[in-house]
Write a protein that binds this ligand. Structure first.
Ligand SMILES: *Cc1c(COP(=O)(O)O)cnc(C)c1O
Length: 387
């Protein structure tokens, strides 16, 4: 049986004529790489999330690298993050020579558990990188309390959470630094791209310098000055610049963010309504004090009520052209981290969750018929696999 002729991916960008026109305008201008459009995009993102400053990067991972550098994380420092995330949330700590410490998740939201964070703190702990998994904000109040008590820096990985709110406030200005990604499956896209938002001038200046080779042209910072051409390189930075081409797309896309989030919510409501009565699956849980921006719809299978495995459910849905995915393989179980000595079995809740989840297609460009196709396919596979 085929429900549909075309394959439905789990996530996808939405590019319209005005987006294309915005990029073309920059192509015809004097600046291709970091110029006035990057600055304009930074302002727009900062304003949207309510932060004082924003620094755009070539991608979200580079932005996280910059944040770890600005936070002063280095050899001997431990940074706590979740295993249920994309590898970049942990890798950024390794880039600056730090040690990643994983804390297990909560069973309801699948976000990092503040109680588990507390257990992992040592005198070497320097920072926490909480991830707003699927777009649902972590328990920021609890995390900030822990951070304050132990003098830790908080860098939010908000790659999933542009437009999300915690207790009525937009994610992006609530911790020391916050990272957003503009990869095409995220809420808005710049092709590749990322940004750090912050209220700290100190972090802002470090991030700018780190993004541009560690170079400064500020006359006050120069120890020597041979003339107007002179610059100094004070630290080992990178070329992590965003281009004006990317930023033009970003400026055009961010105008549409509220509509994008609204459509994501409609799709989530449709999925919840259709699937909440099935005992074989668990629909996503949401705290009342948070407003998720719904990057992902993670459906948990109640495997004890099914005769089929997660793999079979995944394969059956793909046969029906429904491009479900799995988010995520716990980071500490990946080979690189295994070789560093992280143990399977050490984060039981995350490892258990991984066995049970599939992500249903979720992106604003989905048509009503696409949503119905996903629902019908999931129902069909569940009914077939019922005990
Ligand atoms: C997408 C993503 C990143 C990295 O973003 P890129 O722009 O792809 O480098 C980091 N963390 C999480 C949780 C992500 O989903």
């Amino acid at each position: 049986m085929t429900l549909r002729d075309s394959y439905l991916p789990y996530g996808k960008q939405w590019i319209e004529e005005d987006d294309i026109e915005a990029v073309l305008q920059v192509l015809k201008s004097d600046f291709l790489t970091t110029g006035p459009t990057v600055a304009c995009f930074e302002q727009k993102v900062a304003k949207y999330v309510g932060a004082k400053y924003a620094v755009a990067f070539s991608n979200g991972t580079a932005a996280l690298h910059g944040a770890c550098f600005a936070a002063g994380i280095g050899e001997g420092d431990e940074v706590i993050t979740t295993p249920i995330t994309f590898a970049a949330s942990a890798n950024c700590v390794r880039y600056v020579g730090g040690t990643v410490v994983f804390a297990d998740i909560k069973e309801d939201t699948y976000n990092i558990d503040p109680l588990e964070i507390e257990k992992k703190i040592t005198p070497n702990t320097k920072a926490i990188i909480p991830v707003h998994f699927t777009g649902q904000p972590v328990q920021l109040d609890e995390i900030h309390t822990i951070a304050k008590r132990h003098n830790l820096i908080v860098i939010e990985d908000a790659a999933h959470a542009l437009g999300a709110e915690y207790k009525g406030q937009k994610i992006g200005a609530l911790s020391d630094m916050t990272m957003f990604s503009f990869h095409p499956v995220k809420h808005i896209t710049t092709g590749e791209g990322g940004i750090i938002t912050t209220n700290s001038k100190k972090y802002y200046e470090k991030l700018l310098q780190f993004r541009g080779h560690g170079i400064t042209r500020n006359p006050k910072a120069l120890t020597e000055n041979h003339g107007p051409w002179y610059y100094d390189m004070e630290l080992l930075g990178y070329n992590y610049r965003m281009t004006d081409l990317q930023a033009a797309l970003g400026c055009s896309q961010i105008k549409k963010i509220d509509g994008f989030v609204k459509r994501r919510k409609e799709i989530v409501v449709a999925y919840n309504d259709a699937l909440c009565d099935f005992l074989e699956v668990q629909t996503p849980y949401q705290y009342l004090e948070t407003d998720s921006s719904w990057h992902l719809y993670v459906l948990k299978l109640q495997l004890d009520k099914l005769t089929v495995s997660r793999k079979e459910v995944f394969e059956e849905l793909h046969k029906l052209n429904i491009g479900v995915n799995v988010h995520y393989i716990p980071v500490h179980t990946l080979s690189y981290y295994q070789e560093l000595g992280y143990k399977k079995g050490s984060l039981p809740k995350a490892e258990q969750l991984y066995e049970e989840i599939i992500s249903l297609p979720l992106y604003p460009l989905m048509q009503d018929q696409d949503i119905q196709d996903v629902i019908e396919a999931v129902k069909l596979v569940i009914k077939r696999g019922r005990k």
